[in-house]
Design a protein around this ligand. Structure first.
Ligand code: 13P
Ligand code: SF4
Length: 329
């Protein structure tokens, strides 16, 4: 596609925003897609929802709403658009379909998975329920619809502690993130039975790395996602969901910050907080990075890669997500 003078003019204001992160030479390849996608989404009454880990050309260039997984689920339920394009991973698109079953939900790359989601099946949950009869199941939103269908209530990293405490019970089965389970256990008296899932991106962080960065950067604020190992969270100043971390930076405007999470997010947040210096550990989520502008344009143009789920799974799985959104953040 050509970077015509018209496209250059039409995308100038977006480029001004992202120019510190996207070199001009690269912009020439992104801009024609951004122009076409933004035009097409209006024509088709489509909405583009993007997770905070998407790259700047998606996050700042074409998304109508970018957020953490809790807010994406809530937004999917209330959108008036006919088509939802989910720039995120498979479980996020599935959750959007659960919340808006009558809408066409498209995922630009069906292979965009998640190591947490693929760590557990519906059959595994059924076995656990037999092993611990009567113990409620709380599942992280990073799970398949099949797992959600076996779940009492979902949670995200933004509300995991609140959800567990809302059940008012002595013990819960908390799936599948073992590190998030440990984080929740550190914040509540409820006994947590966990699963051995981990996020392949966050498990790579080490507390020695955090301590070294702190030593080399006096005064730095280090903020971590609760999918990180417990010693990393302990070595950090704050732990929260991706949107919780963004809010921390916006509200506190630290001189220097390190976000211990997927590294595209630092680029996105730096654009909105030009006075904050970001020290960036660079762990990328290979699943999130499968989503690209050409794939977004392709699925929107052809209305391809549609999420199709049977009514029974939708009805069962939806309950656990709705119960979570009723409790909120
Ligand atoms: P958030 O809900 O905090 O956005 O996290 C989703 C995720 O996949 C983090 O790895
Ligand atoms: Fe899954 Fe981790 Fe990627 Fe988030 S960052 S989508 S938890 S693999």
């Amino acid at each position: 596609m050509d970077f015509t003078p018209e496209i250059k003019r039409a995308t100038r204001s977006i480029y001004e925003k992202v120019q510190k992160k996207i070199p001009e030479i690269e912009w020439a390849t992104h801009a024609p897609y951004i122009y076409k996608i933004n035009k097409l989404k209006k024509e088709k009454n489509a909405v583009i929802l993007a997770h905070n880990y998407q790259t700047p050309e998606i996050y700042h260039g074409i998304s109508d709403f970018s957020a953490d997984s809790l807010a994406l689920a809530v937004e999917a339920a209330k959108t008036k658009a006919d088509i939802i394009v989910m720039c995120g991973v498979h479980f996020m698109a599935e959750t959007a379909k659960l919340m808006s079953p009558k809408k066409k939900v498209l995922l630009p790359d069906m292979q965009a998975g998640c190591s947490l989601s693929s760590s557990i099946t519906g059959e595994d949950v059924r076995k656990l329920k037999k092993q611990y009869p009567g113990v409620p199941v709380v599942s992280y939103i990073n799970t398949s619809a099949e797992v959600k269908a076996e779940t009492d209530v979902c949670c995200t990293s933004a509300n995991a502690v609140k959800i567990v405490e809302s059940l008012n019970v002595k013990k819960v089965i908390f799936l599948p993130d073992d590190f998030l389970a440990k984080y929740v256990a550190s914040q509540t008296d409820t006994e947590i039975i966990s699963w051995k899932g981990t996020c392949e991106v966050h498990e790579q962080f080490k507390d020695e790395e955090i301590n070294e960065i702190r030593k080399a950067n006096p005064g730095i604020k280090i903020i971590a996602h609760p999918e990180c190992p417990p010693d990393v969270i302990q070595a950090s100043d704050f732990a929260g969901s991706t949107s919780g971390m963004i809010k921390y930076v916006k509200d506190n405007q630290p001189e220097k910050v390190m976000m211990v999470t997927e590294c595209s997010m630092s680029d996105n947040v730096q654009i909105d907080n030009p006075n904050v210096e970001f020290i960036r550990p660079c762990n990328l989520c290979p699943h999130m990075k499968r989503i690209t502008l050409p794939k977004i344009l392709n699925c929107l143009e052809n209305e391809s890669n549609e999420l199709v789920m049977d009514d029974q799974t939708i009805a069962k799985a939806r309950k656990s997500v709705e119960r979570m959104t009723e409790i909120g953040r």
